[in-house]
Design a protein around this ligand. Structure first.
Ligand code: NDP
Length: 283
């Protein structure tokens, strides 16, 4: 039976340390604040935004929500970001993705000032992650690295297989595992013989967005399995990309969904927001 990696508990530990740092900044007369932009009324995005706002409250970070209507134009959205870039009372800016289909995400991401880009999606911040010299780390992969560390899992020399190559999870995840001296294989929708590759993984990280697609016969006995997926199953219950019932008996350690990767992602976002405040105040 696998040991469950408790993302909720870890996120509470990270949030406590973030709260201490926010308090220290407040004592110097510096407040820490995050602007959260949401466009339209995607229910999943609304839930994520609410969770982020609640977490901000917990640690003393001021959150400012900018809820824009579904029919917001590209220009209007960019104008708002320009305004937030210029505001000295805003340390971090995040624009909840995905945006409605008529909006182009890339220019939006590129408009956010790099020192306020607490999601680390800006190409400049992505590049810094690539060369291993970064101020902000992409939140989901950063949370996963914290999990591995807190579980005492040494990545060095391990075969790490990342399934999914998105800019926000798969690719930065692979970079962080590589920086930690893992031997990294990245898989995607065109990968042939996925099962042969996932079965070689000492550490398997899955970020695909397909409910329960990783089955028991795709995992090596004793592997560490990290499931970033957030999906709904046939009964509309939250589930990951990993078929937990099948994989859990084979894994040595595994993250649950919910309560695994999700909470640590938010904790790392708030850690990045504190880093942003520190940088902007030249501390
Ligand atoms: P994307 O849709 O951007 O990327 C999915 C990736 O999976 C792509 O690289 C795609 O390949 C690959 N893929 C699709 N089908 C297969 C397949 N059959 N075999 C192998 N690879 C496949 O998703 P995200 O990375 O944004 O998100 C992935 C999951 O993680 C989602 O469930 C999302 O909700 C969740 N998520 C969770 C977060 C958290 O906080 N826990 C944060 C962000 C995301 P290709 O590139 O070839 O199309």
């Amino acid at each position: 039976m696998a040991k469950l990696i408790d993302g909720k508990k870890l996120s509470e530990e990270i949030l406590s340390s973030v709260a201490v740092d926010v308090k220290k900044l407040n004592e110097k007369g510096i407040s820490v604040s995050l602007a959260v932009i949401i466009v339209g009324d995607n229910p999943a995005s609304r839930t994520y935004v609410n969770n982020k706002k609640r977490a901000c409250e917990k640690v003393g970070i001021l959150s400012h929500e900018f809820a824009l209507p579904e029919d917001t134009t590209q220009q209007e959205l960019m104008r708002l970001i320009d305004e937030l870039n210029a505001r000295s009372d805003i340390n971090g800016i995040l624009c909840q993705l995905p945006l409605p289909k008529h909006l182009d995400e890339e220019p939006v991401i590129e408009t956010i000032l790099t020192q306020k880009d607490v999601d680390a999606f800006h190409p400049s911040n992505v590049g810094h992650i690539m060369i291993g010299d970064f101020k902000f780390l992409a939140c989901t992969p950063a949370g996963i690295m914290e999990m591995l560390k807190s579980e005492g899992i040494d990545v060095c020399g391990k075969h790490c297989v990342v399934v999914g190559r998105s800019n926000i999870v798969g690719k930065p995840m692979a970079m962080l595992l590589l920086k930690a001296n893992g031997t990294v294989t990245i898989c995607h929708s065109k990968t042939k013989n996925l099962q042969e590759i996932t079965k070689q993984a000492d550490i398997l990280v899955v970020a695909v967005g397909k409910p329960k697609m990783i089955k028991g016969n795709m995992v090596k006995q004793g592997a560490v399995v990290i499931d970033a997926g957030i999906n709904r199953d046939e009964n509309n219950r939250l589930c990951g990309d990993v078929d937990f019932a099948q994989v859990e008996p084979k894994a040595s350690k595994i993250t649950p969904v919910p309560g695994g990767v999700g909470p640590t992602t938010i904790a790392m976002l708030l850690r990045n927001t504190v880093t942003a405040a520190i940088i902007q105040n030249n501390l």
